[in-house]
Write a protein that binds this ligand. Structure first.
Ligand code: NAG
Ligand code: NAG
Ligand code: NAG
Ligand code: NAG
Ligand code: NAG
Ligand code: NAG
Ligand code: NAG
Ligand code: NAG
Length: 841
């Protein structure tokens, strides 16, 4: 009771603070929320936030103002907005500091923005400086360039939680290191709710707690687990940014994402208010998946790179929206391999379904300075006392905060570049030593991309079929470990890459667009097989002259495509825009389309395992399109001719170029072409004129049956009731006769349990209603599970038992656990309906 009234009191205080009219420099007045664009004029950012110049906050010692204002040489396309990044204040000495008049009984957020770019004669690699706030060291010997490079980010945002400022002054001091300079692009000083009131349990110490009330903290990570990016303006006025957790997941088990159904009422409590997290964080979750016995064999693990030799607070946000009884989902929480909590039970903690709760844990991270890790792992609790029929864990949100050390310091070392970065640099060095013609060619590409299209550009080796990872899609710092290896479904976001080709290069590579070179025809135009650089095979997609796609769309498309890099997506190599031609150049896929290997073909039949692996690859590519970018991208034309295979049988999704993406609500000038192919079209699309990511799931379900049955999605040569594969398989499944229609080449090859899981998930994909279909991530999970079942077939009692159990749980819980995309985020539906509505354009 006491704690409730206390937090209510704080909530009330906070409300009065925010709604009070600011009156400067009075102890009674609230802190002024400052948004300062350094070295700039008064200006509004793309979210409509007003930024003010920094001049009036500067105070110089007797030696005078030793700062200058500067503008970055060019904007990196991954900057979310020009404000506050494009302008900076340069500090040549420490004689000038920022002084803010602030009086606040509550904590303050101090956000520092850095864009390491060339400012006039200042090279970004030359800036080393420290930053302190009221005597607390926030950054030391800090190189924004080194840090941004190591984390493959274009810009850096550092958020600190300062203790209440009752002196009336906040002094922010930027001190350049010897023979160096300092710079800063933006500063925000914002009153924040006091979210660090409660003492925090220290992992590994039974009774001890950490009191955070006297500490300064730095936000290291803030993730909407199992959900999407949440932009600052979507977080109830608190302007926090929440990122997707996927890049931090480790290892082979990534679990399943789910979202609360419409009828679950998720609501705040006295303890968990919007100050703690927006409701949207609590309405999505990551669980381990429906197969209890599989779950028992894994941990659901997130890994974070941090500075060693500091104490961190890990805040876990929970909200149970699928189960309602105590004891139904009980799990252990491990931090850095130590038990933080046994028998965590969200319902037991929160009291009911739909009630959010959070738990804080403090832990000291040891290790070599600069290179520490935080592992957060969940595992179902195994207990003899209460027998659960479900073994699973859940997490909805996760924050990691760094706590100042005993020297009032928060600064760590500059991070070391990741392995993939070192590889990339080597590639570049190699390039520099190769022939000058290559250099010129690449340099030309760089210039046109950077200037004309503002696409991020990195060099590509002349013969490299592999691209290097330099920048994450949203520029927001996914962890810097290379996760492309291992489990095979981790994403490897490669370098933005966009080379400009001349029309004569294209013509000579395709024998003047010779008909003999045509390998495909689509709505966009013709696809040619061609060669570049005297032998490298490429696929060249030439826009139909009558195509309604305009130059703007073409540019947008290149910009989007060059940022989408994944092992299971066909890579864009470059483009040509000349004499009215709009041409895209892609990697050539030696083994052609998936369909060419399934039916009506002279190619030898694929084995079941090969088919599963191709399906897993394609599912992984689509999953990346749906979740890898800040906003979901709908492919709109998933079919067996858009799944290509390279010479190593790696499946790659192609033709996502004209995909719609919900990135910009006001962007309406998409191509008017109706995409999608008969036999694969989401029936819901016809009914409701709405296209969602679940439309791709439907089409992919048809692909799965095509792969299983070895026949086209539509075959008008067949009797009427068999023409549509989707209808036919559902009818057969109801009669229990599915086995009879599988591809004769596969007879006797498919493990029965694998068959059941495969057909079950494929049938779910082609459910009539999008709400009943699994997400692409779930499909991926089931397919990988199928492969496991296929590879460790029955006979072994345990495996069989596991498979049976898995199957029973699966049939039950797919319905139960897979929720509706549309309730997830209200902002998605209008976008998609607008995109899908042909009258809207
Ligand atoms: C946790 O244990 C694993 C396996 O023993 C080890 O590889 C990893 O480094 C440990 N993590 C931490 C943060 O100590
Ligand atoms: C899960 O993590 C804990 C703590 O590191 C470890 O003891 C346990 O063996 C792990 N379990 C599995 C199945 O990997
Ligand atoms: C952080 O700084 C405060 C104030 O100096 C100090 O009381 C506290 O112990 C420090 N925190 C840690 C974890 O050392
Ligand atoms: C400053 O950082 C750079 C790069 O991380 C490092 O090489 C250098 O030794 C550091 N200098 C000091 C004084 O710590
Ligand atoms: C480039 O080609 C050379 C010679 O064909 C080969 O040795 C080298 O491995 C290739 N590089 C890459 C990255 O494929
Ligand atoms: C392509 O056309 C040009 C003139 O239109 C001609 O000079 C050239 O020989 C042609 N090249 C090929 C490979 O046919
Ligand atoms: C959205 O697109 C429109 C038109 O292309 C553009 O003017 C606007 O700046 C874009 N908004 C954002 C937030 O990117
Ligand atoms: C049809 C086709 O192109 N098949 C090729 C697929 O890749 C393998 C391995 O490189 C070749 O042996 C096949 O000829």
């Amino acid at each position: 009771m006491k704690s409730i009234s206390k937090s209510l009191f704080f909530a009330l205080c906070y409300c009065t603070f925010t709604f009070h009219v600011p009156a400067e420099n009075s102890p009674e007045s609230p802190p002024v929320p400052y948004h300062i664009s350094c070295g700039d004029k008064e200006i509004t950012d793309s979210d409509g936030r007003q930024w003010i110049p920094d001049g009036e906050f500067l105070a110089s010692s007797d030696s005078g103002d030793d700062t200058e204002v500067a503008t970055a040489q060019y904007p990196d396309p991954l900057l979310p907005s020009a404000v506050p990044y494009m302008n900076a204040r340069i500090f040549r000495s420490s004689s000038t500091t920022y002084k803010f008049q602030v009086y606040s009984k509550s904590r303050l957020w101090l956000r520092l923005y850095f864009y390491p770019a060339t400012y006039g004669k200042h090279d970004p690699s030359g800036a080393y400086f420290s930053v302190s706030a009221n005597g607390i060291t926030l950054l030391n010997n800090f190189s924004a360039a080194v840090t941004a490079k190591a984390f493959t980010q274009a810009y850096l945002l550092r958020e600190f939680s300062l203790m209440p400022v009752v002196s009336g002054h906040l002094n922010l001091k930027i001190t350049p290191c010897k023979e160096s300079y300092g710079f800063i692009n933006g500063i925000e000083v914002i009153p924040m709710p006091d979210i660090f009131q409660k003492p925090v349990a220290i992992v590994g110490y039974r009774e001890e707690t950490l009191d955070l009330r006297g500490s300064t903290l730095q936000t290291m990570f803030r993730l909407n687990v199992g959900g999407q990016f949440i932009a600052p303006h979507e977080d109830s006025g608190l302007t926090r940014t929440w990122y997707d957790d996927l890049p931090y997941l480790s290892g082979d088990s990534i679990g399943a994402t789910s979202l609360a159904k419409k009828d679950v009422n998720i609501r705040y409590t006295a303890e968990v208010t919007e100050d703690i997290a927006p409701l949207i964080v609590y309405s999505t979750a990551r669980t381990m998946g429906p197969y209890s016995k599989v779950n028992l064999k894994h941990n659901l693990t997130w890994i974070f790179q941090v500075d060693a030799d500091f104490t961190y607070v890990v805040r876990l946000h929970f909200c149970e929206f699928q189960l309602s009884r105590i004891g139904e989902r009980v799990f252990d929480i491990f931090l850095n391999n130590q038990t933080a909590r046994r028998g965590a039970d969200v319902i037991a903690w929160s009291g009911s379904m739909g009630t959010p709760i959070y738990k804080d844990f403090a832990l000291y991270v040891s290790g070599v300075p600069g290179v520490g890790e935080i592992w957060v792992a969940l595992h179902p609790t195994i207990s003899k006392t209460h027998k659960s029929n479900r073994y699973d864990s859940i997490l909805n949100g996760l924050e990691v905060f760094k706590v100042n050390d005993t020297n009032e310091n928060l600064a760590g070392r500059n991070p070391l570049p990741s392995k993939m970065l070192i590889d990339a640099e080597e590639a570049q060095k190699q390039l520099q030593t190769s022939e000058s013609t290559v250099e010129e060619m690449v340099a030309g590409g760089v210039a046109s991309c950077a200037v004309v299209l503002a696409v991020v550009v990195f060099v590509r080796k002349k013969n490299a079929s592999k691209t290097v990872n330099l920048l994450p899609i949203d520029g927001t710092g996914s962890s810097n470990r290379d996760r492309s290896g291992g489990s095979g479904h981790r994403m490897s976001i490669a370098a933005g890459l966009c080379r400009h080709f001349s029309l004569s290069e294209i013509k000579s590579g395709t024998k003047n667009f010779s008909q003999s070179k045509v390998i495909g025809v689509g709505g966009f135009g013709k696809v040619y097989k061609g060669t570049i650089d005297g032998g490298t095979k490429v696929a060249i997609k030439r826009s139909n002259p009558s195509s309604e796609q305009g130059f703007h769309e073409f540019q947008n498309e290149i910009e989007m495509l060059s940022k989408l890099r994944h092992r299971h997506l066909v890579s864009l190599i470059g483009y040509c825009e000349e004499a009215g031609e709009m041409i895209l150049v892609y990697d050539f896929m030696a083994n052609g389309t998936l369909r060419e290997h399934l039916y009506k073909t002279d190619n030898p039949p694929l084995s079941w395992k090969q088919r599963l692996e191709i399906c897993i690859g394609a599912a992984s590519g689509l999953h990346y399109l749906h979740t890898g970018a800040t906003y979901p991208i709908i492919h709109r034309d998933v079919k067996t001719t858009n799944i290509l295979v390279d010479e190593k049988w790696v499946a790659k999704v192609s033709d996502f170029g004209l995909s719609k993406c919900g990135s910009n609500l006001t962007q309406t000038h998409y191509s008017t072409m109706v995409k999608g192919s008969f036999g694969y079209l989401d029936p819901e699309y016809f009914r409701r004129q709405q296209l969602t990511v679940k439309s791709d799931v439907y089409s992919f379900g048809v692909v799965l049956f095509e792969v299983l049955c070895g026949r086209p999605a539509l075959d008008s040569d067949l009797p009427k009731e068999q023409i549509s594969l989707a209808d036919y398989v559902l009818r057969c499944q109801r009669k229990g006769a599915l086995r009879r229609i599988i591809d004769p080449h596969l007879k006797g090859e498919i493990n029965p349990e694998c068959f059941r899981v495969f057909t079950d998930v494929a049938a779910k994909c082609i459910s009539d209603n999008g709400i009943d279909r699994p997400s692409m991530g779930d499909v991926l999970w089931y397919l990988e599970f199928c492969l496991q079942l296929q590879e460790s077939p029955g006979g072994d009692d345990e495996a069989e038992d596991m498979a049976k159990d898995a199957y029973d749980t699966a049939t039950l819980s797919i319905e139960e656990e897979i929720a509706d995309d549309e309730v997830y985020s209200p902002r998605l539906t209008p976008v998609f309906s607008m995109i899908a509505d042909p009258r809207g354009r």
